[in-house]
Design a protein around this ligand. Sequence first.
Ligand code: UD1
Ligand code: CA
Length: 470
Amino acid sequence: MSANYAVVLAAGQGTRMKSKLYKVLHPVCGKSMVEHVIGQIEQLNLTQIVTIIGYGGKQVKEVLGKRTEFAVQQEQLGTGHAVLQAEQILGEKKGTTLIICGDTPLFKAATLADLFAYHQQQKAAATILTAKAPDPTGYGRIIRDQAGNVAKIVEQKDTTPAEAAINEINTGVYCFDNQTLFQALHQVTNDNAQHEYYLTDVIEICQKSGQKVAAFAMKDFNESMGVNDRVALAKATSLMRQRINETQMRNGVTLIDPQNTYIDSDVQIGADTVIEPGVVLKGKTIIGENCLIGAHSQITASTIADNVTITASVLENAEMAEGSNIGPYSHLRPQAKIGPRVHIGNFVEVKKAEIGADTKVGHLTYVGDATLGRHINVGCGCVFVNYDGINKHHTTVGDYSFIGSSSNMVAPLQIADHAYVAAGSTITGDVAAHDMAIARGRQVNKAGYYDRYPVAKAAQQAEQAEKSFK
Ligand code: UD1
Ligand code: CA
């Protein structure tokens, strides 16, 4: 049976990145380069995907999991040697094999499908995906004969000046007749400037043995971009960002300033949501319809329902229900669950706490390890005191209760429904329904004491000065 396969090359160390992180694991818009590649080829319904891993391969395996099979290249002896490691899995099989590098994150499934189609239509043994590069430096060059047929690929370091001037480049993506590929790979030598076994030499081997070699020229060079260093990483990120932002806008999201909006590739946003400049949306964040995400908000792995307003705030692993709002300058930390129509005002921090529908936490408050019911008002400057230095403790506040400003709720603590905490209280014991708790020193007024203080003298002088001006 004839089938389609893919080999993803991801064993190179990526020395030019100068990084402890394995090259293909460097993220582009929140997702590693190799995941971008796998994500696209998964859309091609292939029979098998084999990823070549080597140095640092354990982490690549963890990231890709069951999405691909793996073959290990113990020593990085070149791209040809890398593909050969898939021989045990694919060598005998009949069909077409797509080869793609793990450091080319921008390829789209549609382009790869076009390559497959062209390869099959041409009945070629090998088809190279090529592009015209404004600056071909670093890429392998496509050498064509006088009839315009591909003769070979020459790597940058092996080029003559005339070859170096050619701007048609090898994108590093190919379709091969599978059995021809593995036969040819055994003939590749490392007789070149880098002493590596080049996959690209297979082209000349096929050509010389009379097999048909085709080339499919893609239009958008940017899509083929390979990332070998941090400069290219930034360029790829910028191109990917532009692509993501365009998709979001076409889906009905308003971006006030797309050049300055940073949305990771797995973020989902509903129609009619408006994103202001400087917003950063990371991880698997989901935002509903008709929300307003205000300037400079940062949202990571959070779920935001419809009609939510976020003003200059930071959210991580948090949830906000329909119609709620937050900010400016507030912080939702992991496991903050904000209920429907809840108002979180400015300078509020919420951590591992659930806040029920229609509750208000307006200003300068810390809510940690707590469950708040519905229709509660938490005054200004309250602290849910959750930590005794060793352990965290929990506070519960029931529906329709009122927490006066500047109160401390020392956990573990239960405040019932319809309970009232007087302002300035430090509450250390449970409060029953319909009770009022007050825990502060009683006020004492000392007659005439004002005049004992230096402020009194200063006030007197100021008043005299005012009079003399009149
Ligand atoms: C390669 C091509 C070049 C092409 C360019 C496109 C070769 C010899 N050259 O060059 O013609 O223009 O890609 O981006 O194929 N890898 C392994 N094992 C190895 C060596 C590399 O798995 O022993 C993997 C790397 O992880 C990487 C890919 O193969 O994902 C390409 O290797 P890289 O060293 O980046 O090749 P380039 O110099 O970019
Ligand atoms: Ca590369």
